[in-house]
Design a protein around this ligand. Structure first.
Ligand code: ZN
Length: 74
Protein backbone atom coordinates (compact mmCIF):
# COMPACT_ATOMS: atom_id res chain seq x y z
CA UNK A 1 0.00 0.00 0.00
CA UNK A 2 1.40 3.40 -0.89
CA UNK A 3 1.61 6.01 1.79
CA UNK A 4 -0.56 9.08 1.76
CA UNK A 5 0.81 12.50 2.55
CA UNK A 6 1.01 13.01 6.30
CA UNK A 7 -1.65 15.71 6.27
CA UNK A 8 -4.12 13.32 4.64
CA UNK A 9 -3.29 10.55 7.08
CA UNK A 10 -3.91 12.98 9.92
CA UNK A 11 -7.27 14.11 8.59
CA UNK A 12 -8.43 10.53 7.98
CA UNK A 13 -7.25 9.56 11.46
CA UNK A 14 -9.10 12.40 13.15
CA UNK A 15 -12.26 11.77 11.09
CA UNK A 16 -12.31 8.09 11.97
CA UNK A 17 -11.43 8.64 15.60
CA UNK A 18 -14.45 10.92 15.94
CA UNK A 19 -16.77 7.96 15.39
CA UNK A 20 -18.16 6.11 18.37
CA UNK A 21 -19.04 2.48 18.93
CA UNK A 22 -22.87 2.24 18.98
CA UNK A 23 -22.68 -0.40 21.69
CA UNK A 24 -19.88 0.74 23.99
CA UNK A 25 -19.61 4.44 23.20
CA UNK A 26 -15.83 4.13 22.78
CA UNK A 27 -13.74 5.85 20.12
CA UNK A 28 -11.44 3.79 17.90
CA UNK A 29 -7.71 4.38 17.75
CA UNK A 30 -6.16 4.55 14.29
CA UNK A 31 -2.43 4.32 13.66
CA UNK A 32 -0.78 4.58 10.26
CA UNK A 33 2.23 2.31 9.82
CA UNK A 34 4.62 1.64 6.96
CA UNK A 35 2.63 -1.47 6.07
CA UNK A 36 -0.84 0.05 6.32
CA UNK A 37 -3.01 0.91 9.27
CA UNK A 38 -3.78 -0.59 12.63
CA UNK A 39 -7.10 -0.04 14.33
CA UNK A 40 -7.81 -0.74 17.96
CA UNK A 41 -11.40 -0.78 19.13
CA UNK A 42 -13.48 -1.93 22.06
CA UNK A 43 -15.03 -4.80 20.10
CA UNK A 44 -14.49 -6.83 16.96
CA UNK A 45 -17.68 -5.70 15.21
CA UNK A 46 -16.89 -2.00 15.53
CA UNK A 47 -13.28 -2.70 14.59
CA UNK A 48 -14.42 -4.29 11.34
CA UNK A 49 -16.67 -1.31 10.56
CA UNK A 50 -13.86 1.08 11.37
CA UNK A 51 -11.40 -0.74 9.11
CA UNK A 52 -13.96 -0.61 6.27
CA UNK A 53 -14.35 3.12 6.83
CA UNK A 54 -10.58 3.62 6.83
CA UNK A 55 -10.19 1.69 3.62
CA UNK A 56 -12.88 3.76 1.95
CA UNK A 57 -11.37 7.02 3.17
CA UNK A 58 -7.88 5.96 2.07
CA UNK A 59 -9.16 4.80 -1.31
CA UNK A 60 -10.85 8.13 -1.84
CA UNK A 61 -7.77 10.09 -0.75
CA UNK A 62 -5.52 8.04 -3.04
CA UNK A 63 -7.88 8.64 -5.92
CA UNK A 64 -7.67 12.38 -5.27
CA UNK A 65 -3.89 12.17 -5.15
CA UNK A 66 -3.79 10.36 -8.49
CA UNK A 67 -6.17 12.83 -10.11
CA UNK A 68 -4.08 15.70 -8.78
CA UNK A 69 -0.82 14.26 -10.06
CA UNK A 70 -2.29 13.69 -13.49
CA UNK A 71 -3.47 17.26 -13.62
CA UNK A 72 0.11 18.28 -12.92
CA UNK A 73 1.30 16.53 -16.10
CA UNK A 74 1.55 18.65 -19.16
ZN1 ZN B 1 -17.69 -1.68 21.01
Amino acid sequence: MSRLPLSMERSIKSDIEKTKCPIHGEHPKVTFTSSGITVSCCCEKFRKNTIDKCQQAIGKALQEQITKSFKGLK
